[in-house]
Design a protein around this ligand. Structure first.
Ligand code: NAP
Ligand code: ZN
Length: 347
């Protein structure tokens, strides 16, 4: 099927309209019309080849919500008209120990990314959600609970699951003390989800500009990371810190904020980190960890949790042709807190 999207043709070119084919349905495929797509900082990184493995043309977008338009002959779980969602993966080997555990994001043979990946059968490039239509195998399609507003649910598919997964991995619950570094798309979901799990949440931001927002989102307080006195006073006061900073930075100032056995999880930047002081690791048995998105079952669990707790991202709706401006604003952290493309604006 011929469809239309927005693609970057090179690392330096702005996104522009791009026509391409979506594959004919395989027996286990679901076809959907995309209604909304969130704008993740990873889209910006990959459109501009910040990570060095972008393939062009690239159609970004991995926070996708839509409606089923057609199903393959063997599809059991979905029917035409269902409200569905797709996140950062569209396939995995389905055979390794990780896939069998429902941790497809950790597939031993690497999961297939929704865009900037290659189809496992044809080896053709995958194109993401900045487009009108999508075809995905059934196992990687999520159900959007009725209680969730479709126009706002899209960012849950990446920002939501990427922060929900470490909160679950490190057993956050009532009484947990959670820090969130960077109040952007991922950060604001980390605050809402951790608060929803009953944790005491602190935002660590570069300034106090977002203090009122942080409290509104469910945080107990905001700590300005450049305020040395405040940082000193907060020593040993967190069980878990989620670091969403998208650029190279030094984690040394944050490590002493962890209590004994505490963990700082990097979900943001991919690349080298600045020299880190090992003393807090050794003396406080503290840990530095990382975490990629989450598995399919866990993503469904997160969507259901959000429906139950009435948790939705704070979205700013944009038209498809406003994407380049949105990227520039995101780079300046001028978004509160996630851009979502209304795909009706693309024709
Ligand atoms: P975002 O909306 O741009 O938010 C990033 C936040 O980090 C900003 O709001 C800002 O918060 C802080 N920040 C920005 N520039 C900074 C700088 N130079 N120094 C210190 N802090 C800075 O981005 P996002 O969509 O949340 O994505 C964040 C990162 O997560 C990206 O690198 C993205 O690629 C990555 N990501 C990873 C996964 C995964 O699977 N692990 C999934 C999705 C995204 P303050 O203004 O409060 O300081
Ligand atoms: Zn993302």
């Amino acid at each position: 099927m011929l469809t239309i999207g927005y693609a970057a043709q090179t690392a330096k070119s702005p996104l522009a309209p791009f026509k391409f084919e979506r594959r004919a349905l395989r027996p286990n495929d679901v076809a959907m019309e995309i209604l909304y797509c969130g704008v993740c900082h990873s889209d910006l990184h990959q459109a501009r080849d910040d990570w060095g493995f972008s393939m062009y043309p690239i159609v970004p977008g991995h926070e996708i919500v839509g409606r089923v338009t057609e199903v393959g002959s063997e599809v059991k779980r979905y029917k035409v008209g269902d409200a569905v969602a797709v996140g950062c993966m569209v396939d995995s080997c389905q055979e390794c120990d990780q896939c069998r555990k429902g941790e497809e994001q950790l597939c031993r043979k690497a999961n297939t990314q929704t865009y900037n990946g290659r189809d496992r059968i044809t080896k053709e490039p995958t194109f993401g959600g900045y487009s009108k239509h999508l075809v995905v195998r059934e196992e990687f399609v999520l159900r959007v609970p009725d209680a969730l507003d479709l126009a706002k649910a899209a960012p849950l598919l990446c920002a939501g699951i990427t922060t929900y997964s470490p909160l679950r991995t490190w057993n956050v619950g009532p009484g947990s003390r959670v820090g969130v570094i960077g109040l952007g798309g991922l950060g604001h979901m980390a605050v809402k989800l951790a608060a929803g799990m009953g944790a005491k949440v602190t935002v660590l931001s570069r300034s106090s500009d977002k203090e009122a927002d942080a409290l509104e989102l469910g945080a107990d307080n905001l700590l300005v990371s450049s305020d040395k006195d405040a940082m000193k006073k907060a020593a040993s006061s967190f069980d878990l810190i989620i670091d969403t900073v998208p650029v190279r930075h030094d984690v040394s100032p944050y490590m002493p904020l962890l209590d004994i056995d505490g963990t700082l999880v990097i979900v943001g930047q991919i690349g080298p980190i600045d020299q880190t002081l090992t003393m807090p690791f050794v003396l406080g048995r503290r840990r530095l960890a990382g975490s990629p998105i989450g598995g399919i079952a866990e993503t469904q669990e997160m969507l259901d949790f959000c429906a139950r707790k009435n948790i939705l991202p704070d979205c700013e709706m944009i038209r498809m042709d406003e994407i380049n401006e949105a990227f520039e604003r995101m780079e300046r952290s001028d978004v509160r807190y996630r851009f979502v493309i209304d795909m009706a604006s693309l024709s």
